[in-house]
Design a protein around this ligand. Structure first.
Ligand SMILES: C[S@@+](CC[C@H](N)C(=O)[O-])C[C@H]1O[C@@H](n2cnc3c(N)ncnc32)[C@H](O)[C@@H]1O
Length: 247
């Protein structure tokens, strides 16, 4: 995500004066976008040490700014989160559904939003996924349990059924997609295929259930939602006077 894309979804011209908590920073590109958007303070954490190293590398390339911390952390570790305090912008793109306890992770992340602050999350949506969330959960379970050889077959099956739509005449379009992806995101198609089939744990969320959960539990108001892609993006605002049930 570029700074422009981040700011456009937030409806802001810059992040000046805001602090940015990036939960599950992965490559670190979103934290870098927050840095470029002039966030006052950035804290990026990820469960996976390799992701921490990658984010730290981006921080280094940005000139080792003292207002940007990168470390290993777990969104399911309440003691760790407690130490982080609250943030005017809590951000988590494509992470909370990969924790194995999605609703708990959403709740833990929401607790980190300061009164009046923003909560920007993206979650795999059960409303748009085809053929169905259950279908993909079953495929992913089987892929993860399979031998290396069986996995290779499942990758070919995926390309035939979903890359080509069972139609060999679709090959030119698929090749263009592969080229565009490599050029745009720098990611190889096969890495993307393996990432999708192998990405586990994984859950899907119903868009409205997310909105209802955060309203009921935290009195968060939905500011904006972008749906139709694999992940639905949500922007919530926390009330200035949070309900007393929050801790
Ligand atoms: C699909 S990647 C998304 C990374 C990044 N947010 C992005 O959009 O590029 C999911 C990330 O969530 C991290 N993750 C999974 N479980 C986590 C947890 N319990 N606490 C923190 N990060 C976690 C993974 O290590 C991975 O980097």
């Amino acid at each position: 995500m570029s700074a422009d894309k981040l700011l456009s979804f937030l409806g802001k011209e810059s992040l000046e004066g805001m602090d940015f908590l990036d939960i599950g920073s992965g490559s670190g590109l979103h934290s870098l976008a927050a840095f470029d958007a002039k966030a006052k303070r950035i804290h990026s954490f990820d469960f996976d040490p390799l992701s921490v190293r990658t984010t730290a590398k981006l921080r280094q390339l940005a000139g080792d700014p003292p207002n940007w911390i990168v470390e290993r952390g777990d969104v399911l570790d309440v003691d760790y989160l407690q130490r982080l305090g609250t943030w005017s912008l809590v951000y988590s793109w494509g992470v909370l559904h990969h924790t194995g306890a999605m609703w708990q992770a959403i709740e833990n992340a929401a607790h980190k939003v300061a009164p009046g602050g923003l909560f920007f999350i993206a979650l795999y949506s059960s409303n748009v996924v085809k053929p169905s969330a259950e279908f993909w959960l079953d495929v992913k379970r089987r892929y993860n349990a399979a031998s290396p050889g069986k996995r290779r077959w499942m990758e070919y099956w995926y390309i035939w059924r979903f890359g080509l739509g069972r139609n060999p005449l679709q090959l030119p379009q698929l090749l263009k997609q592969i080229y565009d992806k490599k050029k745009g995101r720098g990611m190889s198609y096969m890495t993307d295929v393996r990432d999708w089939l192998g990405g586990w744990p994984m859950e899907f969320a119903d868009d409205q259930a997310v909105v209802d959960f955060l309203k009921e539990r935290f009195d968060f108001e939905l500011v904006r939602m972008s749906t139709g892609e694999a992940c639905t993006e949500f922007l919530f605002q926390s009330p200035n006077n949070p309900p007393s049930s929050r801790n």
